[in-house]
Design a protein around this ligand. Structure first.
Ligand code: SF4
Length: 236
């Protein structure tokens, strides 16, 4: 048996930690344990999941103080003793382990996180996976929007205007995309006081990203591009 200490809160109630003992096999994941609790012990426990196989990122929580996806985290990898499970940081709490992801979408929108096709652009323009342009952003395109990097970012904690790692990582891919026609507008946001300049480079985002992305590297590369732009060395 393994004991999970789970954060509990619902509107109108005080916060509390509740302990549950669950049977744990070699391959039991944190998500398995939460499902076991909800089905067998406490149907009021709220948490979010969808794919169960490490694709959607919706089961992101903080386990033993670190952001992890519950479906891919085996209890046996977490050491002995009670495990703590709490919701992601820096998001409004809806209930128990469920947070409101609206700020994530808002921050993406604030940096112009969707492709703006240039005039005359084909309806669907393919960028070959072999092309230099595509390989250049390979390491940054697999974001699943789980929010773990935002939860781990201490600058997000202290500056509510800071776009956060996921949005800046997305902005990087778009600033390198020849099809996009909104680069100037995006630069005006990225080079403002509360964006690129605020990242302190601690790299917590890269450390916790379950997809192995490095938002910290994307931010460094954006800074280089932005500096070249400010000095008049490049079109970007
Ligand atoms: S960059 Fe990584 S940690 Fe951040 S939202 Fe995307 S997949 Fe999650």
């Amino acid at each position: 048996m393994t004991t999970l200490r789970v954060f509990r809160w619902s509107p109108g109630e005080p916060e509390r930690w509740q302990s549950y003992a669950v049977p744990a096999g070699q391959d039991t994941t944190v998500l398995d344990a939460l499902v076991e609790i909800q089905r067998g012990q406490d149907p009021t426990l709220a948490f979010r999941y969808a794919c169960r196989v490490g694709m959607c990122g919706s089961c992101a929580v903080v386990v033993n103080g670190r952001e992890r996806w519950a479906c891919r985290t085996r209890l046996t990898t977490l050491g002995r003793g009670p495990l703590s499970v709490r919701p992601l940081y820096h998001f409004p709490l809806l209930r128990d382990l469920v947070v409101d992801m609206t700020p994530f979408a808002e921050k993406l929108a604030a940096v112009g996180g969707t492709l703006t096709p240039g005039p005359g652009a084909a309806q669907s323009a393919r960028v070959s996976s072999e092309s230099r342009e595509r390989r250049d952003i390979d390491a940054a395109v697999e974001c699943i929007g789980c929010g773990m990097c935002v939860s781990a970012c201490t600058m997000v904690a202290s500056n509510r205007h800071f776009p956060g790692p996921a949005a800046l990582n997305r902005a990087f891919t778009l600033q390198r995309d020849h099809r996009d026609a909104a680069k100037a507008e995006r630069w005006s946001v990225l080079l403002s006081d509360d964006a690129l300049a605020r990242c302190h480079g601690q790299g917590n985002c890269t450390e916790v990203c379950p997809m192995g992305l490095s938002p910290a590297t994307s931010i460094v590369r954006l800074r280089r591009m932005g500096t070249r732009r400010l000095l008049g060395f490049g079109p970007d």
